[in-house]
Design a binder for this molecule. Structure first.
Ligand code: FMN
Length: 374
């Protein structure tokens, strides 16, 4: 099976099934000398845990994994060595028995049937490799990428901008408060909206149903020049990275789909004198900034130096306890009631996953950019 690795210079290979002994990642290409402690990785993993981070309350499932990372190689006295970084997170709280009755059924909204149609064999316990647990390796690797990017002055922040059909204020709207997003149960940057969403999620839980939502991600401190202008576009890489996350069904960059209904005169970002000095430009190229950022920080696949901004859409969690109909392996129509422990809305838990994938794309591009010109 291919496709378990990601990146060109800053690369990762993730491994692990939901109910196997553990999940993890091998990071190769992280430069030497980056400050990285086990706690940096553990902190990111806690944000992904159901019930672990501030986002863990009402929206999440009850699987109570400690998610303690073990760094097996590549870090010495709190600094990366430049050698492969192997990180293992053991699975401890899996209850495979919850999945026994799903063994021969194809769950609606899940990869069960296409997986079997492709490989002929699948680990049905907890969704196996197509489980959200697979993102443990991404988040662990993302901690290393974030540590590297922080040393370059690049900061990644994501939050829940909509969930269960309710939209939160965005940057520039009255009430938007990123500190609130970092502190409330759902990662929503507005307290009242968070409370409304939580109430809706509780209603859905009582109905045995689930919800989707949208995560907005914003990156500041990006230099101009990241991304290659043809197949390696920054926005193409971001979109690919996001859609590789389970349950993602859409990505919108900058003004996105709204731009499709607007006019060029409104959508073009006007270049303006730089707000601050910029270093690293080739000789003869003036520094500039843009008055607006409809482009979301990317033009022609190359970062402009404005914040990179994009939104990622998540479908409603497919595992619902409401009765559904499906087929079994014999082709018989069967009723299905999914027990297990599942999120009603995975969006808050996916925030660190979106940040991790963004960090991995950008860490790779920062390294690739060092070979762009003499
Ligand atoms: C962090 C995270 C946690 C997830 N948790 C669950 C879950 O508890 N229950 C569930 O049915 N799906 C969950 N999913 C989504 C499924 O893994 C995904 O919808 C399924 O594998 C089908 O893939 P697709 O939706 O990308 O087509 C989760 C996804 C992520 C990213």
């Amino acid at each position: 099976m291919g496709g378990n690795s990601f990146g060109t210079l800053f690369t990762i290979t993730t491994f692990g099934e939901s109910h196997g002994p553990g999940c993890g990642v091998l990071v190769d290409g992280c430069p030497a000398g980056v400050s990285l402690k086990t706690e940096d990785i553990a902190r990111e993993l806690r944000r992904r845990r159901p019930g672990g981070g501030p986002q863990g309350l009402g929206a999440a499932s009850g699987r109570a994994e400690a998610d303690e990372p073990e760094i097996l190689s590549g870090v010495f006295e709190g600094k990366t060595l430049g050698t492969p970084i192997a990180i293992l997170v053991r699975n401890k709280d899996h209850r495979s028995g919850d999945y026994d009755e799903l063994k021969d059924l194809y769950r609606p909204g899940h990869a069960d049937w296409p997986w079997e149609a492709k490989y002929g064999i699948r680990d049905h316990r907890g969704g196996g490799r197509s489980s959200g647990r697979e993102t443990v390796g991404r988040v662990a690797a993302g901690a290393a990428a974030k540590a590297f990017l922080a040393e370059e002055g690049i900061l990644i922040r994501a939050w829940t901008s909509a969930a269960a059909g309710i939209q939160a204020p965005g940057p520039g709207d009255p009430g938007f408060d990123y500190a609130e997003a970092a502190g409330n149960p759902l990662g929503v940057p507005h307290r009242e909206t968070a409370e409304r969403i939580l109430e809706k999620i509780e209603n859905l839980r009582n109905q045995g149903d689930s919800a989707g939502g949208v995560i907005t991600c914003m990156v500041t401190g990006l230099p101009p020049g990241l991304g290659d202008p043809v197949f390696g576009k920054l926005d193409a890489r971001i979109a690919g990275a996001m859609v590789s996350i389970g349950a993602v069904k859409g990505v919108e960059l900058g003004s996105g789909f709204t731009a499709a209904f607007g006019r060029g005169s409104d959508n073009n970002d006007e270049p303006a004198p730089p707000r601050a000095a910029r270093s690293g430009l080739p000789p003869g190229v003036p520094a500039l900034d843009f008055k607006t950022n409809h482009a979301g920080g990317v033009l022609g696949g190359i970062s402009t130096g404005s914040p990179l901004e994009f939104r990622t859409a998540f479908k409603p969690v497919p595992s619902i306890s409401k009765k559904q109909r499906t087929l079994d392996r014999q082709g018989t129509v069967r009723d299905l009631v999914i027990r297990g422990r599942h999120d009603v809305c995975i969006v808050p838990r996916a925030i660190p996953v979106v940040e991790a994938m963004t960090a991995l794309v950008l860490a790779d591009l920062v390294l690739l950019n060092r070979s762009a010109r003499v």
